[in-house]
Design a protein around this ligand. Structure first.
Ligand code: B12
Ligand code: SF4
Length: 485
């Protein structure tokens, strides 16, 4: 007997990532249902026999099928699977995750989807299961959208989950041997220390999620860390995937103290200069001692005007000062940049490149993670500005599948500028030694090293004339794509 099938669709381009991580969103969402229902989790990314397994589970007539999607290539996989489910069995198909949360109405217009869980999933999934089991209405379940007799309903979200009340993450739903994510030469695993973010950057999904920052109680985090070690006795590294680990600085510091007790390395994606400028030498030393390998900071732009437009809490002077101070320590800082924002001028772009150069010069442990081209994500204030500037967003769920910055046309970016920005992105990959971490082939590693000064020259001077290396990259990408489709 199976009551609920959870399905993790392939993300699209999964072959680019070293090995998928555990299906965090689904596992977290299933936490409250787990004790009451028999759940089976199928992961398309790592299970070759996923189709047979799904067919077998559907034959058991479960109460519901649930899947997840973020905006982009994951959507088509999730639609295909939902169609497959509906063709095999007339059960409720539930979608959760970022994309359906932001566009519930459009998602539910798709004939294969019955219910959308908006935002955090734990209590909602449990209540949906109760309602299906007891043949009750969904009308009293907060924060979900659903279809009933051809009409779409959106229930208001009033309260948020109390993190301390949540049961442990149900790792028994996965086979840990399928998730071999490697970081810093060893087994890595994702953990969260908080959800949401106190800031309101105008391009970020957090504004649509209505997520204020909430920390996971420190004792609870430590308990989950110990469970992660039990799951992977060879665990070497913890990847913290928060939006903002130091959204509450005191909480973030306590988390680092916990990590300091374990012989593990770790990294986090969520650091702002608002928090970083408060880090004194004692704390920076603790970061090193606790095994911190790197932290990411979303700098996004070196132009104060653009930073105001995107309402980024970071201050350029704070970033520069923190970067210099951190240069005495061993952990690395990865700085993300974005370009191609609406209204961005060549001067703004040059300011970003200049800031990237300063950061690299001041700290031998600084890296520029990406110079991505901005893509408007629905539900964000900047998305609405883009629409006013002539951007036409997809109007059907399936059309968001191709929505990826590498192939999206943005009306405020001329062809000439697009040509330049794509080459800025490419050059930024090689302006420091970050690519060398991921490369195994010694010859390619050596080639990227030799290429570094050329990449720096091209980027700093915006000189992309005669660029055979870019043509080679496009050709290589095409071959890789063909091999994986
Ligand atoms: C790890 C990660 C990845 C991983 C894989 C993520 C995955 N889903 O498997 C990788 C590295 C592959 C990745 C890639 C990209 N990512 Co990413 N990623 C993240 C990150 C840092 C953590 C995701 C996570 O595990 N969260 C923890 C879990 C617990 O939260 P959650 O997934 O939201 O789940 C909760 C609810 O949403 C809900 N829920 C989720 N699913 C379901 C399903 C059901 C049935 C139910 C009931 C509930 C439910 O319940 C959960 C618990 O409350 C998030 C930022 C973040 N902090 O969330 C960005 C984020 C998801 N990524 C984002 C982006 C933009 C990308 C890229 C496009 C980046 C790029 N420029 O290349 C690519 C996309 C690649 C592609 N091919 O599509 C955006 C998504 C924006 C959007 N509108 O979709 C985010 C939000 C970052 C940001 N702040 O902008 N990413
Ligand atoms: S600081 Fe980061 S997570 Fe927070 S709103 Fe801005 S972009 Fe989003």
């Amino acid at each position: 007997m199976t009551d609920l099938i959870l399905f993790q669709p392939s993300i699209g381009g999964d072959w680019c990532f070293n090995s998928p991580d555990i299906p965090t969103g689904l596992l977290y969402a299933a936490r409250l249902c787990d004790k009451e229902y028999k759940i089976v989790l199928i992961d398309q990314r790592v299970e070759r026999n996923w189709k047979e397994k799904l067919e077998k589970e559907l034959r058991k007539r479960p109460l519901a099928f649930a899947t997840t999607a973020m905006t982009g290539p994951q959507i088509q996989n999730a639609i295909d699977i939902s169609k497959f489910v509906k063709e095999h069995c007339k059960i409720q198909v539930i979608w959760g995750g970022i994309h359906p949360t932001i566009l519930p109405e459009q998602t539910l217009k798709n004939e294969y989807i019955d219910i959308v869980v908006r935002g955090e999933g734990e209590t909602k999934l449990q209540q949906i299961m109760h309602a299906i089991q007891d043949k009750n209405t969904f009308s009293t379940i907060e924060g979900i959208s659903y279809k009933s007799e051809g009409k779409i309903y959106h229930n208001e979200q009033v309260s948020f989950i109390e993190q301390s009340s949540l049961p442990p993450i149900p790792y028994h739903l996965i086979d840990p041997s399928l998730y071999k994510m490697q970081k810093y030469g060893g087994q890595s695993m994702t953990l969260m220390t908080s959800t949401g973010c106190p800031h309101k950057c105008t391009y970020c999904y957090n504004t649509a999620f209505g997520n204020s920052w909430r920390g996971i109680p420190v004792e609870k985090f430590e308990m989950e860390l110990q469970r992660a070690i039990d799951l992977y006795p060879n665990l070497k590294h913890v990847a913290i995937e928060d939006d903002n680990t130091f959204g509450n600085i005191a909480h973030g510091k306590k988390i680092v103290e916990v990590l300091n007790k374990y012989p593990l390395t770790w990294n986090t994606g969520g650091l702002t200069s608002t928090a970083a400028r408060t880090f004194d030498d004692d704390f920076l030393r603790l970061l090193d001692h606790s095994g911190c390998k790197h932290m990411h900071m979303g700098v996004e732009s070196g132009s104060k005007r653009i930073l105001r437009l995107i309402r980024k809490p970071n201050k350029i002077d704070d970033i520069i000062a923190f970067n210099k101070k951190a240069s005495k320590y061993n952990f690395h800082l990865f700085y993300n940049f974005m370009c191609g924002f609406p209204t961005e001028t060549l001067r703004d772009l040059k300011q970003s490149i200049k800031l990237a150069r300063i950061l690299l010069k001041d700290n031998h442990n600084a890296r520029i993670s990406f110079f991505s081209i901005y893509l408007p994500y629905p539900g964000t204030p900047l998305f609405d500005l883009c629409v006013r500037r002539g951007f036409v967003p997809p109007d059907r769920l399936e059309d968001w599948n191709d929505y990826y910055w590498k192939h999206s046309k943005l009306p405020w970016i001329s062809e000439e500028r697009e040509h330049m920005l794509k080459r800025v992105y490419f050059s930024a990959l090689f302006i420091d030694n970050k690519s060398e971490y991921h490369l195994k082939n010694k010859l390619v590693k050596f080639a990227t090293k030799i290429y570094r000064p050329i990449a720096r020259y091209r980027m700093e001077n915006l000189n992309f004339a005669c660029m055979p290396e870019y043509t080679l990259k496009e050709w290589y990408e095409k071959i890789l794509l063909q091999a994986h489709t």
